[in-house]
Design a protein around this ligand. Structure first.
Ligand code: SF4
Length: 89
């Protein structure tokens, strides 16, 4: 069962547990260039906000696998997820 990372006990997780853990996703609007790539690549998590003219989050929490491609391809590196490190790229 998927659980937000905030519900973890602080113990080391196995790769399988880590893959199933939900982490908070954030977009830094000051860095985003509004290319909409994240919305195209990962429409389950990101959506285009017509009023704001930039992406917003459909879901605040996602697994690393769910956002891996969007994070990797974001040209401004402005998507952050708790626990994400450069080695995941
Ligand atoms: S891919 Fe990155 S730069 Fe492009 S809209 Fe999404 S958050 Fe902004």
């Amino acid at each position: 069962m998927l659980q937000p990372a905030t519900h973890r006990t602080g113990t080391q997780q196995s790769p399988a547990e880590e893959a199933a853990t939900l982490h908070e996703v954030l977009i830094d609007p000051s860095e985003c260039n509004a290319c909409s790539g994240c919305c195209d690549i990962c429409p389950d998590i990101f959506e285009w906000d017509q009023d704001m003219g930039r992406p917003s989050l459909k879901r605040q929490y996602a697994t690393h696998d769910e956002v891996r491609e969007a994070i990797s391809l974001c040209p401004r590196r402005c998507i952050t997820v708790e626990g994400w490190t450069e080695e995941f790229y």
